[in-house]
Design a protein around this ligand. Sequence first.
Ligand SMILES: *[C@@H]1O[C@H](CO)[C@@H](O)[C@H](O)[C@H]1NC(C)=O
Ligand SMILES: *[C@@H]1O[C@H](CO)[C@@H](O)[C@H](O)[C@H]1NC(C)=O
Ligand SMILES: *[C@@H]1O[C@H](CO)[C@@H](O)[C@H](O)[C@H]1NC(C)=O
Ligand SMILES: *[C@@H]1O[C@H](CO)[C@@H](O)[C@H](O)[C@H]1NC(C)=O
Length: 491
Amino acid sequence: MESRVMLSLFTLLLLLSPRNSQSELQSPPTVCIIGGGIGGSSVAHFLRFYSDSETRIHVFERRGVVGGRMATVTIAGETFEAGASILHPKNYHALNFTTGLGLKIRKPPASESSLSLGIWDGKRFLLKTISVDSKIPFVQKIVSFANSVYLLVRYGFSLLKMESFVEGMVDKFLKYYESTESRPVFETVEGMLKWAGLYNLTTQPLREQLVDAGLNPLLIEELVTVITRINYGQSVFISGLAGAVSLAGSGGNLWSVEGGNWQMAAALINSSNVELHLHEEIEFVSHLEDYYELNSTKGNSYACQVAVIATPLDESEIQFSPPISIPERKLQHTHATFVRGLLNPAYFGLNGVSEIPELVGTIEDPDIPFSSISVLKQHDKNDVTYKIFSRQPMADALLDTIFSERKETIQINWGAYPHYKAPEVFAPFVLDGQHLYYVNAFENAASTMETSAVAGENIARLILSRLYGKQYLSSSTSSFPNSKEQLHSDL
Ligand SMILES: *[C@@H]1O[C@H](CO)[C@@H](O)[C@H](O)[C@H]1NC(C)=O
Ligand SMILES: *[C@@H]1O[C@H](CO)[C@@H](O)[C@H](O)[C@H]1NC(C)=O
Ligand SMILES: *[C@@H]1O[C@H](CO)[C@@H](O)[C@H](O)[C@H]1NC(C)=O
Ligand SMILES: *[C@@H]1O[C@H](CO)[C@@H](O)[C@H](O)[C@H]1NC(C)=O
């Protein structure tokens, strides 16, 4: 009798104090996300979107700001993207985040969308498109039409074949926005890519696939190389999928978020009822009985039923217990150097600054010390802000030969994206077969803000279906397909 009373008292106590450690691990579950970039913030957003439960979500960000590889620099009072900078018109998650969370789409001003292009081989320009200093849209149309004709003469109908190669990839990618009724939850990156018909693109180098598609070698060695060097800092030997994504990122109607793309992550986190821990780096992730214990450099310890790694593990110092094993991957480092000053025409064998194309791309040659130099903003005739991409840091002595004047120089070393190598091998989405997830496994397919959001959405669904069963998800449908036509025509 006495023990019955004790027992019900105990049950009563349990009911009255839901905050004891036992029930905290049961319901509601705690999800801990390591990394406050677009991947981590997308996981948080989609967990809330697909689940009404009172899941507790922690986001740990080792730096003082969210956004990860989305960040801005300020030069001469103006803000420029320093990392991930452009979005494609069909990046529907990013579009939805931007329009749905009160951010503004920034379309490049007309002057930026028709930058004159030059392809530099280290000694001379192999190609220079026309640049006309005109603010009249009509004249610009003719100029870009003339440039199209010019490129068509040089590369022939290969240009059209390139376009259809890219469009084929984009159309397949759109399958990831299909309603959740018809779209499965993917347990592996391979499965996710195969379902959309994109997997084969990751098994061969871009170069091989473009040759198979009938592109002429000149186009591949020049224009395509310029584009893969700008977008991924690598040659045309990256995988076909990364290559196609990179080419898609050189088309028209590209956009960004007014004031900085990092605000997408900030707004997603802000709207997802998340406990955000800035300046808190997770050092240890230990799998104990039925939860993960995350220990931070601040000496704090967190118990989480689900742990999500939303940062590339390639250069990370996180220690796992028990240890995890994933295929080795290297990050490609890109040095982004911002210079306010003026280019030196003599470096390019030219007489005047105005003869230097606004976008100088380069071919693959180890002696060329940079991948690209482009005009970000012309403040006035002799005062310009440029952005340089290079694989190695730009030494001051080198910068002094390329520029006749430098008022301000900012260098950023990004562990920017994977070093792509076909055939790609993929880390698993579920690192330990339990509840330890890895968003950035998808980066071997292609690394962009949108692909991170797409991977984050799948991880959120994967978490919910593995916690509660598949039927948990089947009732929720994405509001997306209805809104996307409208979003698209807005651009
Ligand atoms: C799109 O944005 C709207 C508005 O914020 C939101 O309600 C909806 O959940 C979003 N859809 C997706 C799939 O993110
Ligand atoms: C991918 O390649 C395999 C083997 O070469 C082939 O059987 C399959 O049809 C290809 N899939 C697509 C979508 O092209
Ligand atoms: C966060 O959201 C609130 C409203 O929910 C808004 O007032 C605030 O400005 C937002 N903060 C940021 C940093 O987006
Ligand atoms: C994590 O922190 C807890 C509590 O301080 C401690 O008991 C545990 O040993 C730590 N784990 C590791 C791997 O350091």
